[in-house]
Write a protein that binds this ligand. Structure first.
Ligand code: BES
Ligand code: ZN
Ligand code: ZN
Length: 487
């Protein structure tokens, strides 16, 4: 779906027909209508009358009550939101809930008089307007919000370039969500490749490695994961050259398991049902690259995406098989359902061999255990570099994507030792998200700052500031902001 437009119109005397139009009015502290609000006098009188009512006053005493229960004048028409705590307490989460009311609705009119969180408000509305209905034969009869108009007075200052950045971001977020929302019979590895090839239209160089290339290079772990499936495995490389020539890129590595049945270590029915989203890491990488290209980010980025399907079958990888990684280590695969770390191991090593990156991020719906640890609220972050990690955490905080750092400790990797090979891929259930991270750590050179994001809990079916249901695109906003702030 295409993101809808956010427009800003200047108006002296706002005279919306409040009987017919939906609109949102933000009012300042003390329920006073700010003189800055560009309202026509009779409309102002109507609203003043309403906010002087007792019921409104009582509710308005408590900001949080107000935010949880926005005042609706006339159920369908007018929503009044106080702004003070939004600005001062950064309660964008609540704000996102309010904006949700308008998800998928007609055009929205907003009368705006406060400049502070303007672009972030615009962003929330834009990202919240996403609807996934391309697979419904009967489309939503309501018009999707084609545009949101902010009516502002003549003195109002805002940054047009920030709004354009929001548009670029929304394109990447919506791409990511579409990819995650498609089921595996539609978005198989071939279809995913096709979608990624389209990114050349925004200036991204797209290179495809097919199974022959993958074998020739020696990415045997990745190949082993996909060999039980009829759908061919692929590695897709996305290059964005926005920075200086010769400066090493930031690598973004993504887990793109288009369906994770578990392989011969088959998952249970309930554990398998949503496993078409096991490519969310790859979708985040695609989304970030698209947004960065559209915003003309002045950095060199390389996305490295592994597309495989993890299936049982006569050619499938067996529990106990020993496979030689691209790095050269021999890996004993004791559980074929711990497949993400296998393909990521090869992709991480490949990214360092081929692109000499300054930094590496990887995104993966890697472990169910991260959902046990952090629920569906926080993504897990692991890093070998405190400075890099702290920079990233501060960006996530500002961007309103929740993330929590977990430790990496050599003790955990001891559990991965194998009697017959160099390493196994699993080691019991204790601390298993950390063990997975330690497995990956084996494929990252010590001197390269690296962040691993386990997004198994936050990628789908959880509410965030920016999304209500389905795919969230968790990570695209933070990465986009990271590239604006840090090089
Ligand atoms: N794709 C799953 C992790 C997952 C679980 C993602 C739930 C999203 C929601 C991953 O490949 C997996 O199966 N991990 C196993 C590892 C175990 C065998 C060590 C897990 O978490 O159970
Ligand atoms: Zn798995
Ligand atoms: Zn998986």
């Amino acid at each position: 779906m295409k993101p809808h437009k956010i427009l800003v119109k200047r108006k002296k005397n706002f005279d919306l027909n409040y009987q017919k139009n939906k609109f949102v009015l933000f009012i300042g502290e003390g329920n006073k209508l700010d003189d800055e609000v560009p309202l026509h006098s009779h409309m102002a009188a109507f609203i003043k009358k309403f906010i002087s009512k007792k019921a409104f006053k009582n509710k308005a005493l408590n900001n949080s009550v107000m935010l949880d229960n926005p005042i609706t004048l006339d159920p369908d028409y007018i929503l009044i939101i106080r702004t003070k705590s939004l600005i001062e307490d950064k309660e964008l989460y609540d704000f996102g809930k309010i904006i949700r009311k308008f998800r998928g609705e007609d055009n929205i009119s907003i009368i705006w008089s406060i400049d502070k969180p303007f672009t972030s408000t615009a962003r929330t509305i834009q990202l919240r307007s996403y609807v996934f209905d391309s697979l419904k034969s009967k489309k939503n009869s309501r018009k999707k919000s084609a545009e949101t108009i902010f009516f502002v007075n003549e003195k109002f200052k805002y940054s047009k370039s920030d709004l354009l950045k929001n548009d670029a971001l929304a394109e990447g977020v919506f791409l990511c969500r579409d990819l995650v929302n498609y089921p595996a019979n539609i978005l198989n590895t071939n279809q995913f490749e096709k979608e990624l090839k389209k990114l050349n239209k925004v200036g991204i160089k797209v290179t495809i490695l097919n199974e022959k290339d993958i074998k020739a290079i020696g990415m045997n772990l990745l190949f082993a994961v996909g060999k039980g499936s009829e759908n061919p495995s692929k590695v897709v490389v996305l290059e964005w050259h926005g920075g200086k020539k010769g400066v090493g890129p930031t690598a973004l590595v993504g887990k793109g398991v288009v369906f994770d049945s578990g392989g011969l270590s088959l998952k249970s029915s309930s554990g398998m049902v949503d496993m078409a989203m096991d490519m969310a890491g790859a979708a985040v990488v695609a989304g970030v690259l698209k947004s960065a290209a559209l915003a003309d980010v002045k950095q060199n980025l390389v996305g490295i995406i592994g597309l495989v399907e993890n299936m049982p079958g006569p050619n499938a990888l067996r529990p106990g098989d020993i496979i030689k990684s691209l790095k050269g280590d021999l890996i004993q695969v004791n559980n074929t359902d711990a497949e993400g770390r296998l393909l990521l191991g090869d992709l991480l090593w490949y990214s360092q061999l081929k692109f000499k990156p300054k930094k590496i991020f990887d995104f993966a719906t890697l472990t169910g255990a991260i959902i046990i640890a952090l629920g569906k609220e926080y993504a897990g972050v692991f890093s070998n570099n405190d400075k890099f990690c702290n920079e990233f955490l501060s960006v996530c905080d500002k961007a309103n994507e929740k993330v929590w750092r977990l430790p990496m400790d050599k003790k955990f990797s001891d559990a991965l030792s194998s009697n017959v090979a160099d390493m196994t891929n699993v080691a019991g259930s204790q601390g298993s998200s950390i063990i997975a991270a330690m497995f990956l750590n084996n494929f990252v050179k010590k001197e390269i700052p690296w962040i691993h994001l386990d997004i198994a809990g936050v990628s789908k079916n959880t509410e965030t500031v920016f999304s209500k249901s389905g795919a969230t695109a968790w990570g695209v906003v933070s990465l986009f902001e990271y590239f604006q702030e840090f090089s």
